[in-house]
Design a binder for this molecule. Structure first.
Ligand code: LIP
Length: 284
């Protein structure tokens, strides 16, 4: 039976590659910083422009009004962030905006597609590395068209673990984030890392460069595509609370190469509350 979404999958790869070129060629003005939820939650003209290019191209290709769109910058401008059963594109135009502003060499375009609330495929283009990660549900994961697999490390003491500290600088959250990192470092593990982009971090787990990535505070658009890529590379994506099922809208997850590593990491994570992505918008 023909894959109903093969065309959409192939088109998403083209769109991600084109978006990556716009990011690489961004001029001075287009890297100028504005802030969103706080002083360190950055956005640039390029984030907004690239999101418009991606959604515009997808609407042109699939514009019969049956597809829905969840984009980081559209939600920041007040669009709802609700996942329905309809075919839905989940987009972060520039993942790693702070890296982009500073010239720190990890910036990704992430495009995922869900139907009936089920992720069908994910595309992450790490545009400064020119690495195109992609995965179609049930068909494996690839980087630049080469198959990728998670690492087979089972021993936590031989692992590299990735996490990020996000943009919330409240003492409660910063204390819990670094207490968790300290406990994981002292297991001991070989090392802790963070590229500054959740989408890239998940692709590092999918390609076996790290055994796990966890974060509380990310958004659905940061991890949707990476979740398909990790799973299709033989890994798993779970909730940080007891390793329950991954909830795309919960703004928290642990992705790992296997259950042994995932469970060992989850034991150390100090959970703090964040507002769900699909929480009703608070009227100002
Ligand atoms: C970033 C995430 C990262 C997180 C940052 C930020 P952005 O996304 O990829 O994991 O730690 O706070 O949310 O804002 O660059 O698209």
């Amino acid at each position: 039976m023909a894959d109903p979404w093969q065309n959409a999958y192939d088109f998403a790869v083209q769109v991600a590659r084109a978006a990556g070129a716009v990011i690489r060629n961004a001029g001075e003005d287009e890297i100028k910083v504005q802030t969103k939820s706080c002083a360190v939650d950055l956005v640039t003209q390029t984030d907004e422009r690239v999101e418009k290019i991606i959604i515009g191209s997808l609407k042109e290709q699939f514009g019969n009004g049956t597809h829905c769109f969840i984009g980081e910058e559209s939600v920041a401008e007040g669009e709802p962030c609700i996942l329905t059963d309809k075919p839905t594109w989940i987009i972060v135009p520039v993942d790693g905006t702070t890296n982009f502003v500073h010239g720190f060499p990890f910036v990704a375009v992430s495009i995922a597609f869900a139907v009936n609330k089920e992720l069908e495929f994910g595309v992450v283009y790490s545009c400064l590395e020119d690495k195109m990660y992609k995965a179609r549900k049930g068909k494996g994961a690839f980087c630049n068209d080469e198959p990728i697999k998670v690492s087979d490390v089972n021993d936590i003491n031989k692992s590299i673990i990735i996490s990020e500290h996000g943009t919330d600088r409240s003492i409660e959250k910063v204390t819990k984030i670094f207490s968790t990192m300290q406990k994981i470092l002292r297991i001991p593990v070989h090392g802790l890392r963070g590229s500054g982009t959740a989408a890239t971090n998940m692709c590092l787990v999918a390609s076996g460069a790290s055994e796990a990535f966890f974060e509380i505070g990310i958004h659905c658009w940061d991890v949707a595509a990476g979740a398909v890529i990790v799973k299709e590379a033989g890994g798993l994506v779970l909730d940080v609370d007891g390793g329950g099922p991954f909830d795309l809208m919960s703004r928290r997850m642990v992705s790992a190469n296997n259950k042994v590593i995932a469970d060992r990491i989850i034991k150390e994570i100090e959970i703090f509350q964040v507002v769900r992505d699909d929480a009703p918008i608070q009227k100002k």
